[in-house]
Design a protein around this ligand. Structure first.
Ligand code: ZN
Length: 179
């Protein structure tokens, strides 16, 4: 089984391939890989690089939801913990958006410590991407709506890493201050 830098490097490479051609929502419609790099690097930074599996799962956290990737494949290549973390971060896309959002709020407190950290980092990245210098009314509304929902999810995820909690609070404060 891969460990350390090899594990993280393989995860980044697979994520780049699987999300190839996808763009993220929000400012600049950046390539999707930028979101994954931001989340993985945030997780590495706040844990001082001490949990390679967590950082690998950060790279991979949207692969099951948004690409042709399965739990079994991830378990084979990256081990059960990494695969399990990604599964915890995967929404049931057969449900309508409002139900998926409600489920995230309800499930947050039951998630593993690692999945809670990934969820928070994901929300930080997504809030940041929704802050525009000159937003349209629709973009302003989308940011307020997303941040309010993210706060409810993160309320059930807090307490595992004070630095990450602070980054989330800062992102929400910036969203509130945004034009
Ligand atoms: Zn994500």
């Amino acid at each position: 089984m891969l460990t350390g830098i090899r594990l993280v490097s393989e995860a980044a490479e697979l994520a780049a391939r699987r999300h190839n051609g996808q763009r993220r929502k929000g400012r600049g419609e950046e390539p999707y890989i930028n979101h994954l790099a931001e989340v993985a690097n945030m997780l590495s930074e706040v844990t001082n690089g001490e949990d390679a599996e967590l950082v690998a799962a950060g790279w991979l956290h949207d692969t099951i939801e948004d690409s042709e990737t399965t739990n079994d494949e991830l378990a084979d290549r990256f081990g059960l913990r990494v695969a399990g973390l990604v599964v915890e971060c995967t929404d049931d896309m057969s449900l309508p958006k409002s139900e998926r959002r409600q489920k995230q709020i309800e499930d947050a407190p039951k998630q593993s410590p690692g999945a809670k950290l990934i969820k928070i980092a994901d929300k930080v990245s997504n809030i940041r991407a929704r802050i525009f210098a000159n937003p349209s009314a629709e973009q302003r509304e989308e940011l307020a709506d997303y941040a309010a929902w993210a706060e409810q999810v993160v309320a059930g995820c807090r307490g595992g890493n004070a630095t990450l909690d602070a980054l989330f609070d800062e992102a929400v404060a910036n969203a509130r201050r945004a034009p």
